[in-house]
Design a protein. Structure first.
Length: 122
């Protein structure tokens, strides 16, 4: 079975395909057929472009957060930091308790071995 080579498209071609989809309003499948590419590939490009616009704030023209959003973000970050500290403290306590229980278990194992040996008369 021969290996299939993967087609590569330069950024200009991708940008042009995206521009056609945005400006003409044609369905992605039709534009893909016209360009001779897979509709799935063009759909992925469109999806990634939309995500990039949302992330960069290009979609609605507001790339910055409002003051209330900034305050909420700061509050959530403080809360996250406090929860992380609390989790670290609890984890340390659990580890300490686990170590103590393992020591107790090992001691009981040794005690049972000695008790069995004594009971068997050895």
């Amino acid at each position: 079975m021969a290996a299939v080579t993967r087609r590569r498209f330069d950024p200009e071609f991708r940008a042009g395909a995206l521009r056609i989809v945005k400006e003409t309003g044609k369905p992605v499948a039709q534009v893909a057929r016209d360009l001779g590419i897979s509709p799935y590939m063009l759909h992925n490009w469109v999806h990634m472009d939309r995500l990039a616009e949302q992330y960069n704030g290009d979609g609605d023209g507001s790339g910055t957060l409002k003051e209330s959003e900034q305050e909420e973000l700061a509050r959530l970050r403080r809360e996250k930091a406090e929860l992380a500290k609390q989790h670290a403290r609890e984890k340390a306590a659990w580890e300490k308790e686990r170590a103590e229980l393992e020591d107790e278990r090992d001691l009981l194992k040794r005690s049972v071995v000695l008790w069995v040996k004594e009971a068997m008369g050895r």
